[in-house]
Ligand binder design. Structure first.
Ligand SMILES: [Zn+2]
Length: 415
């Protein structure tokens, strides 16, 4: 097994090197190494954003099954009804008129970003174009049933989804209940599957007045929507392009106060998703007592903080495909988290915004680090195990997941 694995890795490296593109280099999906990693039992994905999970081919299929959603002439997904622009078509009509999944991939992924522009502009534009894909509870339910069944098919049994709860408290409850219904549907196929929500707010100018509403909705859901005996909402996060948003420091007091009043709630803040030395978000995240770090990419610029992260055993959620797509790292062998891992900081491999950055979910992230960091099977084993150990599941559910995963891992290696 070890020899075969080393050969797959060497062959992949010989063909593609350590710098490849998950949207343009389609041949990577046909390699033995990719297929091996796709089958590998991974455990959990601890960092994925709503509603940017389903790969584009499956998003197109989803839209085809939902004629209540239409695509406007400027590629916006809209719920059918008053105000929808002339020329809007259902996905079925678009495909009959000759458009293909490739056309949608160009408009709705990083692959279509203009070469000389600021890639975050294009990226946030995709969220604007596709943001209405889950506008009703029924759409949320169907979208996440598909998402969780996809994860199940690639050896992921637990998802920690970052989700804002927009609208009124009632809207928030309706969305949360739709997650629970999707979960029940998935459990007909896979009784073990678990879902936790990391409730999010934003920190850019336009969203700022929304911060308190989003957090109030998160707490309302925490108190009122359960998965049986278990909480659905487990943690909080505040997101956005760090180099253009307000600092986390602006929200520090409010976060502290929410955690004080809701002691069971955890924190996993986006921080350090930046190349800049003057980006001090990780220091603020540590001050807030974050349990995990979202990205933490630029930690290498702060040796003192790196020491603190190591000593506190704070787990870092590393999303290599996303880091490449958004321009933080073009060669996976140069990704700084390789060194974080070697120094003993616990690392988990996560997907971030797969729908808009890749042609699959999570497998590519494992591919990037397997090749870029020249990982052994033992190191892959450890990374997958971390995704269970550092999840926000309660101990009882963690044990059940671990038991399944250990068995699945052994069976995988034997096959
Ligand atoms: Zn993220």
């Amino acid at each position: 097994m070890h020899q075969g694995f080393e050969k797959m890795k060497a062959d992949f490296r010989a063909a593609f090197g350590t710098s490849f593109d998950f949207l343009r280099d389609r041949a990577i999906y046909d390699t033995p190494l990719y297929r091996f990693l796709e089958r590998m039992p991974k455990g959990s994905d601890l960092h994925a954003h709503a509603d940017a999970v389903l790969p584009m081919e499956l998003q197109v299929e989803f839209l085809k099954d939902h004629p209540e959603l239409v695509i406007t002439p400027d590629w916006q997904i809209r719920f059918i009804g008053p105000g929808v622009p002339y020329g809007s078509r259902t996905m079925k009509e678009c495909l009959e008129d000759g458009l293909t999944a490739d056309d949608f991939e160009r408009c709705w992924t990083i692959g279509g970003a203009p070469r000389n522009g600021y890639v975050w502009d294009w990226f946030e534009g995709i969220f604007t174009k596709c943001g209405a894909i889950c506008t009703t509870p029924a759409l949320v339910q169907d979208y996440y049933t598909r998402v969780m069944l996809y994860y199940h098919s690639i050896g992921v049994e637990h998802l920690e989804l970052r989700s804002p709860f927009f609208g009124t408290r009632e809207d928030a409850i309706a969305r949360a209940q739709a997650y629970i219904r999707a979960l029940h549907k998935v459990r007909e196929t896979d009784p073990l599957f678990t879902l936790s929500i990391v409730a999010c707010a934003g920190k850019n100018d336009a969203w700022d007045p929304l911060f308190d509403i989003l957090m109030d909705n998160a707490i309302w859901v925490l108190k009122n929507v359960k998965d049986g005996r278990y909480d659905l909402v487990k943690a909080l996060d505040i997101v956005n392009d760090e180099d253009r948003s307000y600092s986390l420091a602006r929200y520090e007091e409010r976060i502290r106060s929410i955690l004080m009043h809701n002691p069971g709630l955890r924190l996993t803040l986006h921080a350090g998703e930046s190349l800049r030395g003057e980006n001090g978000e990780i220091a603020v995240a540590l001050r807030c007592g974050t349990n995990r770090l979202g990205h933490g990419f630029n930690l290498y610029r702060y040796p003192e903080l790196e020491k603190a992260v190591l000593e506190k055993g704070i787990c870092m959620e590393i999303c290599p495909v996303s880091n490449a797509a958004l321009g933080y790292c073009s060669d996976f062998s140069q990704h700084p988290a390789k060194q974080y891992m070697q120094s003993g900081i616990p690392i988990v491999i996560c997907s971030d915004d797969a729908a808009y950055q890749s042609r699959s979910v999570l497998t590519g992230d494992y591919l990037a680090v397997t090749v870029g960091w020249d990982l052994s099977l033992e190191q892959l084993h450890q990374l997958c195990r971390n995704s269970i150990d550092y999840s926000f599941l309660i101990p009882e559910r963690k044990r059940a997941l671990l038991k399944w995963w250990e068995k699945a891992w052994d069976a995988f290696l034997e096959s």
